[in-house]
Unconditional design. Structure first.
Length: 454
């Protein structure tokens, strides 16, 4: 369907010319400009007028701002975004207007003067909004200013268009920036899970995830009615310019046209967050005879480098069970080089008994809360058993892997894990002395060395 633009070409009686063109690529209208008004309020001053409820401005206030949005590609509709400066903006706002093809009248970079008297002012989350008003269930909300009123309140300055300089920022810094300003990101790309999709679903507002090379993420919001809705998302990396908006406190980006997407570089290198090593192993297990609440598991890293334990797990098979009884997810922990990591089922009691806090506090009945006849395995992110204590399917009571009321400590010459339990790698104390173990119950804290490799 053709767009119809009415343009007054001359005053000869009431003659007007109807110009019919395809698409949105109209020539800009040479609109009249205003020179007889001057700004008398800043964006910050306007923001300070905001109250809990929508208010109507009664004073003859005039605000000066710069248009940063554009509906040329149909990704913006019924709204203009203004910021206070062409570069390094400190504030922005959203102006609701019932004007289509507004980019012809108010192109990006235009300085505009907003006559605020009789307009309504409110805030939604962090977004400063002005416009008309409507009532919903008795509550006033900012709505679009009717087209006939737009030109009573919005005047293009005679200074002409200026050069908008987007604020260069990063996704990690976005929370510190004001809403409704023009921003620019370098080295960003669409998240892997949305590759192969289009910018938006037809006739649906659609979110697409953008990420940087540190895997920080932000949403790009696209209209299902935009000219580029059906265009495939680029699979490369590059620079993106957009208007920063917010849904409540959640930041969102809106591009004006595909010219704002300059992705010509290779994608970020893959970040490896899962590592394996046989130099992580179980170094001490504790079931004190005098205090079952002082139990713990100690892991040790014999390597000269720290290791991120993302997706590592410590698993427990209670008594003779062959099915997994409980698991501890070690994600989020880093074990230092030639250092220990202590896991306690009662962190408060552990600190009271041993004088320092464990690295990880977990629940009772977890792998760190064994009473000495259970079997434990340390598993890397890829499902490989790195280290094993005990024999799955065999109750530890009376065996060479019982540490009830005692302690199992890894011999100091052992520097790597072993997926098969080997009694010769351990010194084991308990209350029975069966199968070659030492019958000598252990008391906390004096008989245990959490955090120290013997």
């Amino acid at each position: 369907m053709k767009n119809i633009l009415i343009k007054t070409c001359g005053i000869i009686g009431f003659l007007t010319i109807l110009c019919c063109v395809d698409g949105r690529e109209f020539d800009e209208i040479e609109a009249s400009c205003g020179t007889d008004i001057s700004p008398n309020i800043t964006f910050s001053d306007l923001d300070s007028l905001v109250q809990d409820d929508v208010i109507q401005i009664q004073e003859d206030l005039v605000l000066e701002g710069y248009v940063i949005s554009s509906d040329r590609a149909g990704n913006f509709f019924g709204v203009l975004y203004l910021q206070d400066r062409l570069s390094n903006p400190s504030k922005g706002l959203q102006l609701e207007v019932d004007v289509r093809e507004s980019h012809l009248l108010f192109p990006a970079g235009s300085k505009v003067l907003v006559k605020l008297k009789d307009l309504y002012l409110g805030k939604k989350g962090n977004t400063l909004r002005i416009g008309s008003v409507f009532s919903s269930f008795g509550n006033l909300s900012i709505g679009r200013l009717p087209r006939g009123k737009v030109f009573d309140h919005l005047v293009v300055s005679c200074d002409g268009e200026g050069f908008l300089e987007p604020l260069v920022t990063t996704i990690s810094d976005i929370d510190s920036l004001p809403s409704n300003i023009l921003v620019q990101f370098e080295n960003v790309e669409f998240a892997e899970e949305v590759l192969g999709q289009t910018y938006a679903l037809a006739q649906e507002e659609t979110q697409r995830s953008l990420v940087d090379c540190a895997e920080n993420e932000i949403v790009l919001l696209n209209s299902g009615y935009s000219d580029f809705q059906a265009e495939p998302l680029p699979e490369t990396n590059g620079m993106l310019t957009a208007v920063l908006t917010r849904d409540g406190k959640t930041p969102q980006l809106v591009i004006r046209t595909l010219e704002d997407v300059d992705f010509t570089q290779e994608r970020c290198p893959e970040i490896i967050t899962e590592f394996t090593s046989n130099q992580i192993f179980i170094s001490e297990l504790a079931d004190p005879d005098n205090n079952s609440s002082a139990r713990f598991v100690e892991l040790y890293n014999s390597a000269s480098e720290p290791l991120d334990l993302n997706l590592w797990t410590l698993r427990r098979y209670t008594n003779a069970n062959t099915e997994l009884s409980s698991t501890i997810d070690l994600s989020g922990l880093i074990i230092g080089p030639e250092n220990t990591l202590i896991i306690s089922p009662n962190a408060e009691e552990f600190e009271l008994v041993y004088g320092f806090a464990p690295d990880l506090g977990v629940s009772t009945n977890s792998p760190a809360d064994s009473n000495g006849d259970d079997n434990l395995e340390l598993v890397d992110p890829f499902g490989t058993i790195i280290d094993m204590f005990g024999v799955i399917g065999e109750d530890g009571s009376g065996t060479n892997h019982e540490f009830e009321d005692g302690r199992a400590v890894r011999n100091s010459n052992i520097m790597v894990g072993n997926p098969v339990y080997t009694f010769s790698e351990w010194t084991i104390f308990n209350d029975t002395g069966d199968a070659g173990t030492t019958k000598l119950p252990q008391n906390a804290p004096e008989d245990f060395t959490p955090g120290v490799r013997d």
